[in-house]
Design a protein around this ligand. Structure first.
Ligand code: HEC
Ligand code: HEC
Length: 493
């Protein structure tokens, strides 16, 4: 089934592997890649080549220095998604998704923030997008991709871990904090949120639907009386948006180079750098990325989603570009609030194991993003990976220093790829500056973020980082194999 040379190119992926698990414990797992690839191939049959040509996605990795004030989300007017045997409900959902008239501004659709040309992720490298009646109200979180959500289970404090051995923990649900359980429930938030589509009420949304160009289609899908009751019309609109996201192949194209490789398809031959990067990704002693961005057989028959739907606190630095953060008392603490309200600390600073936890997102299409992490504080994939590598060993380049004196001329050895490029003499680094001290016990301790001492050697070498980036680039959908494989270049050797 798998070509022998393919197997040879898989370093240490077969046999017994030690895999880091949540909470820092280590155990052993029989990782049969052959089994994983075969089950994946079964599921992907027939779905693999759909929509490849619809999305010509630029692998852009970011690199811009977007701040929250430069420009609002672009308005997408031309749907680029082909309707492929969609149910009537999903067809309505497609219209809704691209309808600029739904919000109060009349200038925003779901697609403005979830750009179909960028894996339904943010259209630009702004940390947060703008919405509200005049498109002047800032959001508080980076826009996630809407791809590969079809297997997301409902949120549970103790969700089983798809690796089958790690202890259950917080997992599942939608948004960065898991506060909605279905795609339909999720759609309610942007339609009514004051800083997104800013509709005042359900009735306001339904009145717009009633006069929309697709009102007849809505009736066809949900009956002649579809608009008689505002609540049921609204719920049908939410169900329609969910159906569109579940049914349209553009939300789960499985058309990356990695998919060709895993399905043993023509064009899926990896360059030498890419499997080296895969090894860093899965190796519990170096990158260990797959212990959270799990690439094996997942829940509900899924496979290679590059997430286990779990939540962890990894101490991403505070982002001053988010207007809400100008209030020193405002903290986005993820699962423990304030956007989510069912796990709030009993009192300010009271013990709460959920504070600081955010969802480990899928890393499929991560190379198409210009903003990274829940608050969009990083602007390139390389920077995000370097944060994992040196959060603990060089905290001074990620978190602010207080009380020190800036050096006029930096030492030549001072690393400038971080968020802080000023070198200080003296002073104290405010590590984990976006998490109040009481909750820092929640910080995950698995590699590569194992809390090692400042100044010690980081877990990844330069070559590991370069290889990892090459591997993550294979997860971008819409891959068109070149007619002849490149003989040289960044990710070849
Ligand atoms: C103004 C920008 C904006 C608009 C417009 C918008 N969204 Fe979002 N969307 C976001 C942000 C930001 C998040 C993350 C929210 C959070 O974590 O609290 C998000 C999250 C989501 C999620 C959860 C994804 C995940 O990874 O769990 C879904 C699903 C979603 N949006 C669907 C929609 C739909 C459907 C529409 C149109 C009805 C829409 N969005 C309109 C910005 C937007
Ligand atoms: C302990 C679990 C864990 C491990 C191990 C881990 N991650 Fe993550 N990852 C997360 C969580 C949680 C987030 C979201 C954190 C946030 O936004 O506050 C995240 C976010 C990311 C993002 C940002 C994605 C986006 O859409 O914004 C990238 C990139 C990423 N991880 C790459 C990696 C790589 C590469 C490795 C291995 C070197 C790795 N991760 C290891 C849990 C983990």
């Amino acid at each position: 089934m798998i070509k022998p040379e393919r197997l040879l190119s898989l370093p240490r992926l077969q046999g017994r592997e030690s895999v880091g698990v949540r909470g820092g414990r280590e155990t052993s797992l029989q990782l049969s890649l052959v089994e994983m690839l075969c089950s994946s191939a079964r599921r992907w049959r027939g779905a693999l080549c759909v929509c490849v040509s619809v999305f010509a996605i630029a692998a852009c990795g970011g690199g811009g220095s977007g701040d929250a004030s430069s420009s609002a989300a672009t308005t997408v007017t031309t749907p680029t998604v082909a309707a492929v045997n969609l149910s009537l409900s999903a067809q309505v959902g497609q219209k809704l998704f691209f309808d600029n008239n739904l919000p109060a501004s009349g200038k925003l659709s779901c697609a403005s923030c979830h750009d179909p040309n960028r894996a339904y992720g943010p259209p630009n490298d702004l940390a947060v997008e703008f919405g509200g009646p005049d498109l002047l109200d800032s959001g508080v979180r980076a826009v996630p991709s809407l791809r590969y959500k079809e297997y997301t289970p409902a949120y549970a404090d103790l969700l089983d871990n798809p690796d089958g051995i790690s202890a259950p923990g917080p997992g599942g649900g939608f948004t960065w904090d898991g506060r909605t359980n279905t795609l339909a429930e999720q759609a309610k938030t942007p339609l009514l949120s004051s800083f997104e589509m800013a509709n005042a009420s359900v009735a306001e949304v339904v009145a717009k639907l009633k006069s929309a160009s697709y009102a007849a289609l809505f009736r066809q899908a949900f009956g002649n009386q579809a608009f008689d009751d505002a609540n049921s019309a609204f719920n049908n609109a939410l169900a329609a948006l969910q159906a569109f996201q579940l049914e349209d192949p553009s939300f789960h194209p499985y058309s990356s180079k990695f998919d060709l490789y895993a399905g043993n398809k023509i064009g899926g031959t990896l360059t030498p750098a890419e499997p080296r990067g895969m090894k860093v990704f899965t190796d519990p002693d170096t990158g260990n990325c797959s212990s959270c961005h799990f690439q094996g057989a997942g829940l509900n028959g899924s496979s290679a989603l590059f997430t286990d739907f779990s939540y962890e606190a990894i101490g991403v630095p505070r982002n001053a570009a988010i207007p809400a953060n100008s209030s020193a008392s405002y903290y986005d603490l993820g699962v423990c609030g304030p956007l989510r309200s069912d796990h709030l600390p009993r009192a300010s600073g009271a013990v709460n194991e959920f504070c600081g936890m955010f969802k480990a997102p899928t890393l499929r299409n991560v190379a198409t993003r210009g903003v990274f992490f829940h608050n969009g504080v990083m602007h390139s994939l390389e920077q995000a990976i370097r944060f994992y590598n040196t959060r603990d060993t060089l905290p001074e380049i990620w978190y602010p220093t207080v009380g020190g004196t800036p050096k006029t001329n930096r030492d030549p050895s001072f690393s400038t790829y971080g968020l802080i490029t000023t070198q200080y003499v003296g002073g104290t680094v405010r590590k984990f500056d976006d998490l109040p001290a009481a909750y820092r016990v929640n910080i995950d301790t698995q590699l590569p973020l194992d809390g090692r001492l400042a100044g010690s050697a980081p877990p990844l070498r330069e070559q590991n980082i370069a290889d990892l980036i090459c591997f993550l680039n294979t997860l971008t959908d819409g891959y068109q194999p070149p007619s002849s494989p490149p003989a040289s270049g960044a990710c070849v050797d």
